[in-house]
Design a protein around this ligand. Sequence first.
Ligand SMILES: *Cc1c(COP(=O)(O)O)cnc(C)c1O
Length: 416
Amino acid sequence: MPVTHALEGPLSVDVLGRQDPELAEILLGELERQSTTLQLIAAENFTSPAVLAALGSPLANKYAEGYPGARHHGGCEIVDVAERIAVERAKALFGADHANVQSHSGSSAVLAAYAALLRPGDTVLAMGLPHGGHLTHGSPANFSGRWFDFVGYGVDPESGLIDYEQMRALARTHRPKAIVCGSISYPRHIDYAAFREVADEVGAYLIADAAHPMGLVAGGAAPSPVPYADVVCATTHKVLRGPRGGMLLCGSELAERVDRAVFPFTQGGAQMHTIAAKAVAFGEAATPAFTAYAHQVVANARVLAQSLAAEGLPVTTGGTDTHLLTVDPAPLGVDGRTARGRLAAAGMVLDTCALPHPDVRGLRLGTAAVTTQGMGEAELARIAVLFATALRDESAGRHVREEVRDLTGRFPPYPG
Ligand SMILES: *Cc1c(COP(=O)(O)O)cnc(C)c1O
């Protein structure tokens, strides 16, 4: 085996295939799976070949602890430019004073936001997990639940909408040090101004965990938390369509605290290939094509919601403002887990999720990935019919699988 390896193009599976056919087979198998089934997981998307090229580049070799111009490692003069570009693009895209693009994931970004603003033992008010809060919003299985005292607000069980009055009452009673707004499954716009008002009233920081909607914000299809929150946390890999990773936005007065909370407090060396890929994605997100994409994502989700309702599956809150929606499959005689299995067998990949009614697992669907593939309202209406068909009758799964294969064949995520 050669001691040096020539770079034969950043995405060359051939190179891997010659050296390690076992792993090359897995890469191709996963590409095949992604290309022939419907990716309805609300948190997933297809990154562009340009983003993948940055990820698979020699920037992956570089150690770069610290920040541009102030690194602990030598040889950072070129990757420093990549990080500066990523920061400037993020600031311009979201109208923020300061951006930190080093967080390895959405969870790392939330950890850094807490580290910047809180002390262990502080009280934090966030959406309860059964209502759509993320693990980092106080799960006992997560650092958040272990190190902070979380109080959960929720949604109205009838409407499914955030109960802002309950949130205000809990804030008045518990006087939290921070309030977190953001969810993994809430399908409606969040009233950031209402959260800001409550935070100001009780003297709390407002942290927006906008991991899901941040791509819609970039495309002008959802309201921005940036003018309201002290710190905004986000992922770059959901609707935003970049590499897996996180970021933080804040005003200049918190910039230094946020940067120190990421490095050196919670992370080591920055992943320069991922940061370069984030810069590429921010560049893509600033184009008119992405604005059109973000609006199409929402239009597609609305059609999906209406079409599911027409199939006897009313969605939570009666619709959606975003890329995602949640539904209880019970009217078709199946529970969430059974439904997920039947849909998987039919080539439709999605998650179960908590619903506001205790002990009910629902299904969460999103339109970010299928919209990237070029599907529009007609295809989403058809997907709703296939979805209900696969749930109603297990034996229809095979027929639905064929139709899914046909549909995905017409909209390949990576043509050629
Ligand atoms: C996805 C998500 C996260 C975590 O992102 P990871 O990259 O998986 O760590 C955090 N908060 C919310 C609200 C999310 O939707």
